[in-house]
Design a protein around this ligand. Structure first.
Ligand code: BT5
Length: 249
């Protein structure tokens, strides 16, 4: 066998509640890494922090991948970074434009969200990373008209979902391998693609929020924000790109 299916165990479904939920259960039953679950439709797609992921049937690439990386827990975010880079590379290869990456986990086009990524840990040493990439919308889901975008809206034509899936898996194989041999190079590629660096941001930590200038991403994939007095390293949280204080509307 050749192509990505030789190195990924891809399992396709018409409908699941959530590809992440399904693969989390498989992981707890001992599934090996590189199992990939793809669904045409999710009835309960998950975002982070209990939020939902909306995707009309057949409109998106909805996939989850199981990894069992040799990484300490504080470096697990690097796997999400590998998936984000692979998704951006695949979009460039198949659709001809390159979305930027908004820390920690979004692919964006002009600040509109094209894709989201959800990483969940089913058991120590394992991580399931889910990707939802908007491909074909007639109309955006209600409520997302201003904040989200799909590939066909950007390029005016429809791309083939399986071509995007194959491209994601091909690039992901390279990025995931480079994680163990040269994670500095992976993070350097992420920094180049990351539109959060250099932006004024509001960081919501759950326990509180602060504003500052995003200045870097660490070798563990964490965001460094200058809050005006100190550099703060953010390992998890919600980030909003904002206008600098004092800037006009
Ligand atoms: C994410 O959460 O961005 C992670 C999304 C991961 C979805 C994939 S699909 C395959 C796999 N299986 C799952 O069950 N999930 C993963 P977060 O950063 O919390 O963003 C969620 C927010 O994005 C929502 O509250 C909405 O505001 C918005 N949103 C929902 N659907 C969207 C869409 N299709 N496109 C853009 N934004 C969306």
């Amino acid at each position: 066998m050749s192509g990505p299916d030789a190195i990924w165990d891809v399992r396709r479904f018409e409908e699941l509640d959530s590809t992440n939920r399904y693969l989390l259960d498989l992981a707890r039953q001992g599934a090996p890494e590189r199992v990939v679950v793809v669904a045409d439709h999710q009835t309960a797609g998950k975002g982070r922090l209990g939020r939902t992921w909306e995707a009309p049937a057949g409109s998106a690439l909805l996939m989850s991948v199981l990894f069992r990386p040799s990484l300490p827990p504080e470096r697990l975010h690097l796997v999400t970074i590998a998936v984000a880079l692979a998704a951006a590379d695949a979009t460039a290869a198949v659709a001809g434009f390159r979305p930027s990456l908004k820390w920690p986990n979004d692919l964006v086009v002009d600040d509109r969200k094209l894709a989201g990524i959800l990483a969940e840990v089913p058991e120590p040493g394992a991580v399931v990373v889910g990707l939802g990439l908007n491909l074909t919308w007639l109309d955006p889901p209600v409520g997302l008209e201003q904040s989200a975008v799909a590939v066909n809206q950007v390029i005016g034509r429809v791309v083939d979902r399986d071509a995007v899936l194959d491209a994601v898996l091909g690039r992901l194989d390279q990025h995931y391998r480079s994680l163990s041999v040269d994670s500095e190079r992976l993070v350097a590629a992420y920094r180049d693609a990351c539109s959060t660096i250099g932006r004024h941001v509001r960081v919501d930590l759950g326990s509180g929020a602060f504003r500052g200038l995003a200045v870097d991403v660490t070798i563990d994939g964490h965001l460094v924000v200058d809050d005006g007095s100190v550099l703060r390293t953010v390992s998890a949280g919600d980030v909003v790109h904002v206008r600098p204080a004092g800037a006009g509307a």
